[in-house]
Design a protein around this ligand. Structure first.
Ligand code: UD1
Ligand code: UDP
Length: 381
């Protein structure tokens, strides 16, 4: 039954988020939905990420409103985590009866939202649809494929991503290229980051004279040889260059388990630090001489902020970054492979690289809000 308040809105959207990159993607979209005519957004935080530095800090810094529901699911195996989320989401969706469920990216929170909604015949909209690594061993690849094929409206960040969906038989009317919401977020916050972040001073770093590293993917953390290659290469690179490594808790756990390393340890010029907030991260990426990462979001942010990037993976979904020369794929198979790649890339004259507008015009969030206002409310919704 609709309440009096609900009658003011022609469209009800329940948004499901739960992990760090999703809070960043959510920020510009939620802002656009807030001012769009006739849309009421209800926000659900699954609790997949719960440390202050992986969750709360983003709500504060990006001015995201508090979630209407917090599911407190926490960490567990894939099936347990996804299943618990689905059970809790089903109850909320039965109460809220939204026209749409909006999900982001490729985490277990994304899949749980998409499955819970589609099984209740609630339409699903997916932001960052159509990304493919073509490596089904990645949990993210399974989450993306399943979510895309359960979705009714698919917002692709790039032409390649939209093309992937069409090649999989999804109609062009459902697969819309809007640009990348992470680019919107970078544009919204980069000046604030440049002005307010004191991270360079705090870590005693000089602009353009340090390397920023991150690693958290299961394929790197759950494989001791790869993890060791990454860690040993960072130590070696740290003999010559300043290196700063904000350590994801998943990575911290395995580093401690296998190598007895703790986050606050320092190895010459390699600093292992706690995860940082978004403003500090933008500042660190924008001022780095080079980024080394296995993160999807950070690969793109390096490009947005014109910093060269080495991707420590076997492949990337963001293939256009590699085509431009701003990004190189270096599978972390050995310490020497990584060290050699870093030396080579440090010599690249990046000012000679072209900088095409691959990720839209910074108005992806607005286009998403417009797509909702152009939709009919669900029958009986
Ligand atoms: C998840 C996503 C991944 C995404 C990443 C962003 C899945 C399958 N993976 O990976 O696609 O790139 O988020 O950061 O959804 N932990 C904490 N505190 C927290 C959260 C996690 O200590 O607040 C630790 C726990 O030991 C947990 C481990 O990190 O077991 C992994 O967390 P989980 O959310 O399962 O996956 P991520 O590696 O964070
Ligand atoms: N990020 C951050 N602090 C950190 C590490 C990452 O603010 O210590 C931001 C980063 O700038 C990007 C997003 O988190 O916007 C990427 O998240 P992550 O690497 O965890 O996940 P992925 O993008 O690989 O799914």
């Amino acid at each position: 039954m609709k309440s009096a308040v609900d009658f003011e809105y022609s469209m009800k959207v329940v948004t499901v988020v739960g992990a760090r990159p999703q809070f960043i993607k959510l920020a510009p979209v939620s802002k656009a939905l807030r001012v769009a005519d006739g849309i009421k957004e209800t926000l659900v935080h699954t609790g997949q990420h719960y440390d202050k530095g992986l969750s709360e800090v983003f709500f504060e810094e990006l001015d995201i409103r508090s979630p209407n529901y917090h599911l407190d699911i926490g960490s567990s195996s894939h099936a347990q985590q996804t299943g618990k989320m689905m059970i809790a989401l089903e109850r909320i969706l039965e109460t809220e009866k939204p026209d749409w469920v909006l999900v982001y990216g490729d985490t277990n929170s994304t899949l749980a939202g998409a499955l819970a909604a589609s099984k209740l015949n609630i339409r699903v909209a997916h932001v960052e649809a159509g990304l493919r690594s073509y490596n089904r061993r990645m949990p993210e690849e399974l989450n993306r494929i399943l979510t895309d094929h359960a979705s009714d409206l698919l917002f692709s960040p790039t032409k390649v991503a939209q093309g992937n969906l069409i090649a999989e038989g999804i109609s062009k009317s459902k697969a819309i290229k809007v640009g990348d919401v992470m680019y919107d977020a970078t544009l919204l916050f980069r000046e604030k980051a440049e002005k307010h972040s004191r991270i360079l001073e705090r870590l005693k770093l000089t602009s353009n004279d340090y390397i920023l590293a991150t690693a958290h993917r299961a394929e790197n953390t759950d494989n001791v040889e790869r993890l060791q290659a990454i860690f040993e290469s960072l130590k070696m690179i740290g003999e010559k260059h300043q290196v700063v490594f904000p350590v994801h808790p998943r990575t911290e756990k395995v580093l401690e388990q296998h190598f007895g390393v703790i986050r606050s340890d320092s190895y010459k010029s390699l600093q292992l630090i706690a995860p940082v907030g978004y403003l500090d991260m933008l500042k660190l990426i924008g001022n780095a001489g080079l980024v080394l990462t296995d993160s999807g979001g950070i690969q793109k942010e390096a490009y947005f902020l014109k910093t060269l990037c080495i991707t420590l993976r076997d492949e990337t979904e963001w293939v256009e970054l590699v085509d431009t020369g701003w990004n190189r794929i270096v599978p972390p198979r050995s310490t020497q492979d990584i060290v050699t790649a870093v030396e080579m890339v440090m010599g690249v004259a990046f000012k000679e690289l072209t900088y095409p507008a691959l990720y839209g015009d910074g108005k992806a969030a607005q286009k998403i809000a417009n797509a909702f206002t152009g939709q009919e409310p669900a029958v009986g919704g």
